[in-house]
Design a protein around this ligand. Structure first.
Ligand code: PLP
Length: 406
Protein backbone atom coordinates (compact mmCIF):
# COMPACT_ATOMS: atom_id res chain seq x y z
CA UNK A 1 0.00 0.00 0.00
CA UNK A 2 1.29 3.44 -0.90
CA UNK A 3 1.25 6.24 1.65
CA UNK A 4 -0.81 8.52 -0.60
CA UNK A 5 -1.23 11.25 1.98
CA UNK A 6 2.54 11.76 2.13
CA UNK A 7 2.98 11.25 -1.61
CA UNK A 8 0.37 13.90 -2.47
CA UNK A 9 2.29 16.44 -0.38
CA UNK A 10 5.17 15.99 -2.84
CA UNK A 11 3.07 17.00 -5.85
CA UNK A 12 2.16 20.62 -5.25
CA UNK A 13 0.53 21.07 -8.67
CA UNK A 14 -2.24 18.62 -7.80
CA UNK A 15 -3.43 20.87 -4.99
CA UNK A 16 -5.48 23.20 -7.18
CA UNK A 17 -8.96 23.58 -8.60
CA UNK A 18 -10.01 23.56 -12.23
CA UNK A 19 -13.35 25.22 -12.93
CA UNK A 20 -14.12 25.21 -9.22
CA UNK A 21 -13.45 21.48 -8.80
CA UNK A 22 -10.48 19.61 -7.36
CA UNK A 23 -8.05 18.87 -10.19
CA UNK A 24 -8.02 15.17 -11.08
CA UNK A 25 -5.00 14.57 -13.30
CA UNK A 26 -5.36 11.46 -15.44
CA UNK A 27 -3.12 12.40 -18.38
CA UNK A 28 0.01 10.75 -17.04
CA UNK A 29 0.81 8.86 -20.23
CA UNK A 30 1.36 12.27 -21.86
CA UNK A 31 3.51 13.56 -19.01
CA UNK A 32 3.75 12.97 -15.28
CA UNK A 33 3.79 15.63 -12.58
CA UNK A 34 7.04 16.31 -10.75
CA UNK A 35 7.66 15.69 -7.05
CA UNK A 36 9.20 18.37 -4.88
CA UNK A 37 12.45 16.39 -4.67
CA UNK A 38 12.91 16.72 -8.45
CA UNK A 39 12.01 20.42 -8.51
CA UNK A 40 14.39 21.15 -5.62
CA UNK A 41 17.17 19.24 -7.41
CA UNK A 42 16.68 21.39 -10.52
CA UNK A 43 16.54 24.55 -8.46
CA UNK A 44 19.64 23.62 -6.47
CA UNK A 45 21.49 22.91 -9.71
CA UNK A 46 20.81 26.40 -11.07
CA UNK A 47 21.25 28.12 -7.70
CA UNK A 48 24.51 26.49 -6.69
CA UNK A 49 26.12 24.43 -9.42
CA UNK A 50 25.38 25.59 -12.99
CA UNK A 51 28.41 25.21 -15.25
CA UNK A 52 29.23 23.41 -18.46
CA UNK A 53 30.48 19.87 -17.98
CA UNK A 54 33.52 17.74 -18.84
CA UNK A 55 35.79 20.50 -20.11
CA UNK A 56 36.04 22.95 -17.22
CA UNK A 57 38.74 22.87 -14.59
CA UNK A 58 37.01 25.20 -12.13
CA UNK A 59 35.02 24.11 -9.08
CA UNK A 60 31.52 24.56 -10.51
CA UNK A 61 32.44 22.69 -13.69
CA UNK A 62 33.81 19.81 -11.64
CA UNK A 63 30.73 19.71 -9.39
CA UNK A 64 28.36 19.80 -12.38
CA UNK A 65 30.34 17.05 -14.15
CA UNK A 66 30.30 14.86 -11.05
CA UNK A 67 26.53 15.32 -10.60
CA UNK A 68 25.89 14.58 -14.30
CA UNK A 69 28.01 11.42 -14.26
CA UNK A 70 26.46 10.35 -10.94
CA UNK A 71 23.04 10.62 -12.62
CA UNK A 72 24.34 8.42 -15.45
CA UNK A 73 25.34 5.81 -12.87
CA UNK A 74 21.91 6.09 -11.18
CA UNK A 75 20.24 5.39 -14.53
CA UNK A 76 22.62 2.49 -15.24
CA UNK A 77 21.90 0.91 -11.86
CA UNK A 78 18.16 1.42 -12.29
CA UNK A 79 18.24 -0.31 -15.68
CA UNK A 80 20.70 -2.99 -14.52
CA UNK A 81 23.00 -1.96 -17.37
CA UNK A 82 26.34 -3.73 -17.57
CA UNK A 83 28.08 -0.36 -17.39
CA UNK A 84 27.30 3.37 -17.16
CA UNK A 85 29.01 3.68 -20.56
CA UNK A 86 25.89 2.08 -22.03
CA UNK A 87 23.75 5.04 -20.92
CA UNK A 88 23.46 7.88 -23.45
CA UNK A 89 21.62 10.99 -22.33
CA UNK A 90 19.18 12.27 -24.96
CA UNK A 91 16.37 14.80 -25.05
CA UNK A 92 13.78 12.00 -24.84
CA UNK A 93 12.35 8.85 -26.39
CA UNK A 94 11.91 10.45 -29.81
CA UNK A 95 15.54 11.55 -29.90
CA UNK A 96 16.70 8.10 -28.78
CA UNK A 97 14.83 6.34 -31.59
CA UNK A 98 16.03 8.87 -34.17
CA UNK A 99 19.58 8.42 -32.92
CA UNK A 100 19.46 4.64 -33.39
CA UNK A 101 17.60 4.72 -36.74
CA UNK A 102 19.84 7.45 -38.22
CA UNK A 103 22.98 5.76 -37.02
CA UNK A 104 21.84 2.35 -38.31
CA UNK A 105 20.93 3.88 -41.68
CA UNK A 106 24.55 4.99 -42.09
CA UNK A 107 26.12 1.90 -40.53
CA UNK A 108 26.12 -0.31 -43.61
CA UNK A 109 24.10 -2.89 -41.67
CA UNK A 110 20.90 -2.27 -43.67
CA UNK A 111 20.67 -3.12 -47.40
CA UNK A 112 17.90 -2.68 -49.97
CA UNK A 113 15.24 -5.35 -49.47
CA UNK A 114 16.03 -5.79 -45.76
CA UNK A 115 13.14 -5.41 -43.35
CA UNK A 116 12.38 -3.27 -40.31
CA UNK A 117 9.69 -4.72 -38.07
CA UNK A 118 7.43 -2.60 -35.88
CA UNK A 119 3.97 -3.26 -34.46
CA UNK A 120 0.47 -1.94 -35.03
CA UNK A 121 0.61 -0.45 -31.52
CA UNK A 122 3.47 1.98 -32.10
CA UNK A 123 3.53 5.69 -31.30
CA UNK A 124 4.40 7.89 -34.29
CA UNK A 125 7.85 8.29 -32.70
CA UNK A 126 8.49 4.61 -33.29
CA UNK A 127 7.09 4.65 -36.84
CA UNK A 128 8.33 7.75 -38.65
CA UNK A 129 12.08 7.40 -37.91
CA UNK A 130 11.94 3.85 -39.35
CA UNK A 131 10.10 5.08 -42.44
CA UNK A 132 12.93 7.57 -42.87
CA UNK A 133 15.51 4.79 -42.48
CA UNK A 134 13.66 2.74 -45.12
CA UNK A 135 13.67 5.70 -47.52
CA UNK A 136 17.40 6.08 -47.04
CA UNK A 137 18.38 2.43 -47.29
CA UNK A 138 15.77 0.77 -49.52
CA UNK A 139 14.61 -1.43 -46.64
CA UNK A 140 10.91 -2.29 -46.19
CA UNK A 141 8.79 -1.54 -43.16
CA UNK A 142 6.74 -4.51 -41.92
CA UNK A 143 4.00 -4.38 -39.31
CA UNK A 144 3.03 -6.96 -36.68
CA UNK A 145 -0.78 -6.81 -36.65
CA UNK A 146 -2.88 -6.81 -33.51
CA UNK A 147 -6.03 -8.66 -32.48
CA UNK A 148 -9.37 -7.04 -31.59
CA UNK A 149 -8.34 -7.00 -27.92
CA UNK A 150 -5.28 -4.87 -28.71
CA UNK A 151 -2.72 -7.64 -28.16
CA UNK A 152 -0.20 -8.47 -30.85
CA UNK A 153 -0.72 -11.40 -33.21
CA UNK A 154 2.22 -13.61 -32.22
CA UNK A 155 1.66 -16.10 -34.98
CA UNK A 156 1.88 -13.31 -37.55
CA UNK A 157 5.02 -12.09 -35.73
CA UNK A 158 6.67 -15.47 -36.11
CA UNK A 159 5.63 -15.52 -39.77
CA UNK A 160 7.19 -12.10 -40.39
CA UNK A 161 10.45 -13.16 -38.75
CA UNK A 162 10.57 -16.21 -40.99
CA UNK A 163 11.44 -14.01 -43.99
CA UNK A 164 15.00 -14.01 -42.62
CA UNK A 165 15.36 -10.38 -43.75
CA UNK A 166 14.37 -8.55 -40.56
CA UNK A 167 17.30 -6.40 -39.41
CA UNK A 168 15.65 -4.70 -36.47
CA UNK A 169 12.52 -5.10 -34.38
CA UNK A 170 11.41 -1.78 -32.81
CA UNK A 171 8.69 -2.48 -30.30
CA UNK A 172 6.82 -0.60 -27.63
CA UNK A 173 6.80 -2.31 -24.25
CA UNK A 174 3.52 -0.75 -23.09
CA UNK A 175 1.12 0.82 -25.61
CA UNK A 176 0.43 4.46 -24.77
CA UNK A 177 -2.93 4.26 -26.55
CA UNK A 178 -4.40 1.01 -25.17
CA UNK A 179 -2.17 -0.01 -22.24
CA UNK A 180 -1.29 -3.35 -23.86
CA UNK A 181 1.83 -4.85 -22.26
CA UNK A 182 3.89 -6.63 -24.89
CA UNK A 183 5.90 -9.76 -23.96
CA UNK A 184 9.21 -8.06 -24.67
CA UNK A 185 11.45 -10.81 -23.32
CA UNK A 186 9.88 -13.48 -25.49
CA UNK A 187 9.67 -11.26 -28.58
CA UNK A 188 13.27 -10.09 -28.17
CA UNK A 189 14.41 -13.70 -27.93
CA UNK A 190 12.51 -14.63 -31.10
CA UNK A 191 13.84 -11.61 -33.02
CA UNK A 192 17.42 -12.38 -31.98
CA UNK A 193 16.94 -15.98 -33.05
CA UNK A 194 15.99 -14.61 -36.49
CA UNK A 195 19.14 -12.48 -36.59
CA UNK A 196 17.51 -9.09 -35.90
CA UNK A 197 18.51 -6.36 -33.48
CA UNK A 198 15.86 -5.19 -31.00
CA UNK A 199 14.94 -1.72 -29.76
CA UNK A 200 12.43 -1.41 -26.93
CA UNK A 201 10.40 1.78 -26.60
CA UNK A 202 10.00 2.02 -22.84
CA UNK A 203 8.44 5.50 -22.86
CA UNK A 204 5.39 4.21 -20.98
CA UNK A 205 6.80 1.15 -19.24
CA UNK A 206 9.56 3.05 -17.44
CA UNK A 207 7.10 4.55 -14.90
CA UNK A 208 5.12 1.37 -14.32
CA UNK A 209 7.49 -1.61 -14.38
CA UNK A 210 10.98 -2.33 -13.06
CA UNK A 211 13.32 -2.31 -16.08
CA UNK A 212 16.18 -4.79 -16.32
CA UNK A 213 17.88 -4.46 -19.70
CA UNK A 214 19.93 -7.59 -19.16
CA UNK A 215 16.83 -9.66 -18.38
CA UNK A 216 15.00 -8.27 -21.42
CA UNK A 217 18.05 -8.99 -23.55
CA UNK A 218 17.34 -6.29 -26.18
CA UNK A 219 20.03 -4.19 -27.88
CA UNK A 220 18.57 -0.73 -27.28
CA UNK A 221 16.00 0.70 -24.89
CA UNK A 222 14.76 4.29 -24.87
CA UNK A 223 12.67 6.43 -22.54
CA UNK A 224 11.87 10.04 -21.60
CA UNK A 225 12.51 11.62 -18.21
CA UNK A 226 9.25 13.57 -18.21
CA UNK A 227 7.18 10.37 -18.15
CA UNK A 228 9.12 9.23 -15.08
CA UNK A 229 8.34 12.21 -12.84
CA UNK A 230 11.27 14.25 -14.13
CA UNK A 231 11.51 17.35 -16.31
CA UNK A 232 10.90 17.65 -20.05
CA UNK A 233 13.78 17.58 -22.52
CA UNK A 234 15.75 14.75 -20.94
CA UNK A 235 15.82 11.07 -21.73
CA UNK A 236 17.96 8.01 -22.12
CA UNK A 237 19.13 5.64 -24.80
CA UNK A 238 20.54 2.48 -23.30
CA UNK A 239 22.55 0.53 -25.86
CA UNK A 240 24.62 -2.63 -25.75
CA UNK A 241 28.24 -1.46 -25.42
CA UNK A 242 29.58 -3.41 -28.42
CA UNK A 243 26.90 -1.84 -30.64
CA UNK A 244 27.52 1.67 -29.34
CA UNK A 245 31.20 1.11 -30.14
CA UNK A 246 30.41 -0.09 -33.63
CA UNK A 247 27.69 2.35 -34.76
CA UNK A 248 28.59 5.72 -36.29
CA UNK A 249 27.68 8.87 -34.33
CA UNK A 250 24.35 10.61 -34.98
CA UNK A 251 25.17 14.30 -34.63
CA UNK A 252 28.58 15.91 -34.91
CA UNK A 253 29.90 18.65 -32.64
CA UNK A 254 31.69 19.25 -29.40
CA UNK A 255 32.05 16.51 -26.78
CA UNK A 256 31.65 13.62 -29.25
CA UNK A 257 35.15 13.98 -30.69
CA UNK A 258 38.53 12.67 -29.75
CA UNK A 259 40.57 14.78 -32.17
CA UNK A 260 39.60 17.20 -34.93
CA UNK A 261 41.64 18.45 -37.85
CA UNK A 262 40.22 19.99 -41.02
CA UNK A 263 41.11 16.77 -42.81
CA UNK A 264 39.71 14.22 -40.37
CA UNK A 265 37.94 13.73 -37.05
CA UNK A 266 38.26 10.81 -34.67
CA UNK A 267 35.38 10.12 -32.32
CA UNK A 268 35.15 9.86 -28.57
CA UNK A 269 34.15 6.57 -26.92
CA UNK A 270 30.50 5.86 -26.09
CA UNK A 271 28.46 7.27 -24.49
CA UNK A 272 30.11 10.61 -25.35
CA UNK A 273 30.26 9.72 -29.06
CA UNK A 274 26.47 10.10 -29.07
CA UNK A 275 26.25 13.23 -26.91
CA UNK A 276 27.24 16.04 -29.28
CA UNK A 277 26.96 19.55 -27.86
CA UNK A 278 26.04 20.75 -24.39
CA UNK A 279 23.50 18.30 -22.97
CA UNK A 280 20.53 19.02 -20.73
CA UNK A 281 22.71 18.88 -17.61
CA UNK A 282 19.99 19.87 -15.14
CA UNK A 283 17.58 17.46 -16.85
CA UNK A 284 19.92 14.50 -16.41
CA UNK A 285 20.56 15.33 -12.75
CA UNK A 286 16.81 15.80 -12.15
CA UNK A 287 16.19 12.42 -13.79
CA UNK A 288 18.59 10.84 -11.28
CA UNK A 289 16.54 12.44 -8.48
CA UNK A 290 13.28 11.15 -10.02
CA UNK A 291 14.67 7.63 -10.18
CA UNK A 292 15.71 7.85 -6.52
CA UNK A 293 12.22 9.12 -5.65
CA UNK A 294 10.47 6.28 -7.46
CA UNK A 295 12.80 3.66 -6.01
CA UNK A 296 12.24 4.96 -2.47
CA UNK A 297 8.56 4.10 -2.96
CA UNK A 298 9.26 0.98 -5.05
CA UNK A 299 8.09 0.26 -8.59
CA UNK A 300 6.41 -3.06 -7.69
CA UNK A 301 4.24 -1.24 -5.11
CA UNK A 302 3.54 1.59 -7.58
CA UNK A 303 2.53 -0.91 -10.24
CA UNK A 304 0.22 -2.80 -7.90
CA UNK A 305 -1.42 0.47 -6.82
CA UNK A 306 -1.95 1.59 -10.42
CA UNK A 307 -3.32 -1.82 -11.43
CA UNK A 308 -5.87 -1.65 -8.61
CA UNK A 309 -6.99 1.79 -9.82
CA UNK A 310 -7.15 0.86 -13.50
CA UNK A 311 -9.13 -2.33 -12.84
CA UNK A 312 -11.51 -0.42 -10.60
CA UNK A 313 -11.90 2.31 -13.25
CA UNK A 314 -12.81 -0.30 -15.89
CA UNK A 315 -15.31 -1.78 -13.46
CA UNK A 316 -17.08 1.45 -12.52
CA UNK A 317 -17.16 2.78 -16.08
CA UNK A 318 -18.11 -0.64 -17.45
CA UNK A 319 -21.86 -0.32 -16.88
CA UNK A 320 -22.21 2.91 -18.89
CA UNK A 321 -24.40 1.83 -21.81
CA UNK A 322 -22.52 1.81 -25.12
CA UNK A 323 -19.00 1.96 -23.64
CA UNK A 324 -16.23 0.09 -25.42
CA UNK A 325 -12.81 -0.37 -23.87
CA UNK A 326 -9.71 -0.91 -25.99
CA UNK A 327 -6.79 -3.09 -25.01
CA UNK A 328 -6.75 -6.28 -22.96
CA UNK A 329 -8.12 -6.60 -19.41
CA UNK A 330 -4.58 -6.80 -17.96
CA UNK A 331 -3.70 -3.39 -19.47
CA UNK A 332 -1.19 -1.19 -17.66
CA UNK A 333 -1.00 2.59 -17.30
CA UNK A 334 -3.77 3.64 -19.68
CA UNK A 335 -7.49 2.91 -19.97
CA UNK A 336 -8.89 3.84 -23.38
CA UNK A 337 -12.56 3.91 -24.29
CA UNK A 338 -15.30 5.29 -26.52
CA UNK A 339 -18.96 5.69 -25.70
CA UNK A 340 -21.65 5.35 -28.33
CA UNK A 341 -23.35 8.65 -29.11
CA UNK A 342 -20.64 10.78 -27.43
CA UNK A 343 -17.60 11.92 -29.41
CA UNK A 344 -14.32 11.48 -27.54
CA UNK A 345 -13.35 15.12 -28.01
CA UNK A 346 -16.67 16.39 -26.63
CA UNK A 347 -16.40 13.98 -23.72
CA UNK A 348 -12.89 15.17 -22.90
CA UNK A 349 -13.92 18.82 -23.11
CA UNK A 350 -16.87 18.36 -20.76
CA UNK A 351 -14.78 16.26 -18.37
CA UNK A 352 -12.19 19.06 -18.21
CA UNK A 353 -14.97 21.52 -17.34
CA UNK A 354 -15.67 19.27 -14.36
CA UNK A 355 -12.02 19.19 -13.27
CA UNK A 356 -10.91 15.85 -14.75
CA UNK A 357 -7.93 15.96 -17.14
CA UNK A 358 -7.91 13.09 -19.62
CA UNK A 359 -6.46 12.86 -23.12
CA UNK A 360 -8.65 12.48 -26.19
CA UNK A 361 -7.77 11.90 -29.84
CA UNK A 362 -5.40 9.54 -31.62
CA UNK A 363 -2.64 9.60 -28.98
CA UNK A 364 0.00 9.83 -31.77
CA UNK A 365 -1.11 6.39 -32.95
CA UNK A 366 -3.06 7.16 -36.12
CA UNK A 367 -2.39 3.78 -37.79
CA UNK A 368 -3.72 2.01 -34.68
CA UNK A 369 -6.84 4.17 -34.67
CA UNK A 370 -7.38 3.36 -38.37
CA UNK A 371 -7.03 -0.35 -37.61
CA UNK A 372 -9.99 -0.01 -35.22
CA UNK A 373 -11.94 2.30 -37.54
CA UNK A 374 -11.94 5.19 -35.07
CA UNK A 375 -10.51 8.71 -34.98
CA UNK A 376 -9.54 8.50 -31.34
CA UNK A 377 -10.49 7.49 -27.81
CA UNK A 378 -10.80 8.97 -24.35
CA UNK A 379 -7.72 7.89 -22.42
CA UNK A 380 -7.41 7.99 -18.64
CA UNK A 381 -3.84 7.24 -17.60
CA UNK A 382 -2.63 6.62 -14.08
CA UNK A 383 0.37 7.45 -11.93
CA UNK A 384 1.56 6.74 -8.41
CA UNK A 385 -0.26 9.76 -6.92
CA UNK A 386 -3.72 8.87 -8.26
CA UNK A 387 -6.31 7.78 -5.74
CA UNK A 388 -9.58 5.91 -5.45
CA UNK A 389 -11.25 9.33 -5.24
CA UNK A 390 -9.77 10.14 -8.67
CA UNK A 391 -11.35 6.98 -10.08
CA UNK A 392 -14.71 7.90 -8.53
CA UNK A 393 -14.45 11.40 -10.02
CA UNK A 394 -13.59 9.92 -13.43
CA UNK A 395 -16.68 7.69 -13.33
CA UNK A 396 -18.91 10.49 -12.07
CA UNK A 397 -17.91 13.10 -14.66
CA UNK A 398 -17.91 10.57 -17.51
CA UNK A 399 -21.54 9.70 -16.71
CA UNK A 400 -22.50 13.38 -16.43
CA UNK A 401 -20.74 14.21 -19.72
CA UNK A 402 -22.49 11.33 -21.50
CA UNK A 403 -25.87 12.50 -20.16
CA UNK A 404 -25.18 16.01 -21.48
CA UNK A 405 -24.20 14.71 -24.93
CA UNK A 406 -26.98 12.20 -25.46
N1 PLP B 1 6.70 6.20 -27.46
C1 PLP B 1 5.64 6.07 -26.67
C2 PLP B 1 5.07 4.71 -26.39
C3 PLP B 1 5.08 7.20 -26.08
O1 PLP B 1 4.02 7.08 -25.27
C4 PLP B 1 5.65 8.47 -26.34
C5 PLP B 1 5.04 9.69 -25.79
O2 PLP B 1 3.85 9.72 -25.52
C6 PLP B 1 6.77 8.55 -27.16
C7 PLP B 1 7.27 7.39 -27.71
C8 PLP B 1 7.45 9.84 -27.45
O3 PLP B 1 7.98 10.37 -26.26
P1 PLP B 1 8.63 11.84 -26.23
O4 PLP B 1 7.61 12.75 -26.84
O5 PLP B 1 8.86 12.10 -24.78
O6 PLP B 1 9.88 11.79 -27.02
Amino acid sequence: MLDLETILQDFLILDQSVNGRRLVYLDNAATTQKPLAVMLTSRHYYEAVNANIHRGTHKLARTATEAFEKARQTVATHLNAASADEVVFTSGTTAGINLVSSSLARSGRISPGDEVLISALEHHSNIVPWQMLCQQTGANLKIIPCHEDGTLDREAFRGLLASGRVKILALTWISNAFGTVNPVVEMTHAAHHAGALVLIDAAQAIAHLPTDVQAIGADFLVFSGHKLYSTTGSGVLWGRESLLQELPPWQGGGEMISEVTFEKTTYNDPPFKFEAGTPNIEGAIALGAAIDYVNDIGLPAIHEHEMTLIRRAAEVLGDIPGIRFYGPADRSGSLSFNIEGAHHFDLGTLMDQMGVAVRTGHHCCQPLMSRFGITGTVRASFALYNTQADVDALADVTRKAVDMLR
